[in-house]
Write a protein that binds this ligand. Sequence first.
Ligand code: AQP
Length: 331
Amino acid sequence: MQRIFSGIQPSGIPQLGNYLGAIRNWVSLQADHECVFCLVDMHAITTWQAPDKLRNQTLTQAAILLAAGIDTDKHILFNQSAVSAHARLAWIFNCVTRLGWLNRMTQFKDKAGKDRENHSAGLYVYPSLMAADILAYKATRVPVGEDQKQHLELTNDVAQKFNHDYGVEFFPQVEALIPPAAARVMSLRDGTKKMSKSDPSAQSRIELTDDADTIALKIRRAKTDTGVLPEEAGGLADRPEAKNLVTIYAALADMSVEDVLARHQGEGFGPFKQALTEVVVNAIAPIALETTRLMQDETHLASVLRSGALRAQAIAEPIVTEAEKIVGFLK
Ligand code: AQP
């Protein structure tokens, strides 16, 4: 059985893009993989997080993942900082990764923008830590949204260079599992920008804890054009906001974009947004409801994460200790 590793930053409440790009796949991959799921709090602090909020969001995310269907009887869920192997391997990988590789990372460029000098060194070396997260478990498959594809290519470069430099066949190559539909959900306010849990505008995203009224309001206010829905997918080209809403509908209703258009062609956005609201509420409302129930018992959530960390550590510790021996650390 192949081992999966995947993570999510507790930098806010997970949004619909996190769900369609990652979480929904995590749930289905549990059937035939050994899964290690991680709340990557060390990644989260690469941008400023208020400490109390970070603690709270870590527990909330644990609740959301359980509510979405992560099965911690069979699989592992924990927070990254609780397993020191991540930080130790990340340092080794910082010494393997080349500056030129990091300079090419588009996520750093997007997040740092023009104000590059004022961002943390952690944000810059984020991809080395991500490589360490995955390779500390020798995971071979990583379900992610499209935005993480470049980081996974770098993970493979790091594994290859480590093996080459030290003359070993130690770290495996990893495969990105990117969903065929809705791998990049866009902001509701700007169809050219990815939906993000830390976007300053809460109106730009659907959060997995939003209630039906909030979802309806956000979809009603979503930016659109003045046209109607076309007959064919080609008619969505150069209409990023329309394309995004149709893509979300298709992914959540398990339909193709063509089938959605066949059903709604000629409609204006008023009626289509109502239909979309129903589809989104049907998918999200049960998760939100169960999250509220689970959040009543934070002690239980903390203990789920603690026991996950022990199980994660049991896998990662021997692998990272061996990597440390390979580089020549005296043990
Ligand atoms: N808009 C998206 N569409 C599809 N997939 C997405 N993912 C994120 N946004 C979208 C996928 O969700 C997983 C967890 O993401 P993350 O929390 O590790 O970091 P991120 O990609 O930076 O997500 P956010 O929501 O944009 O977080 P912030 O705002 O904190 O930076 C990943 O598999 C990602 O591909």
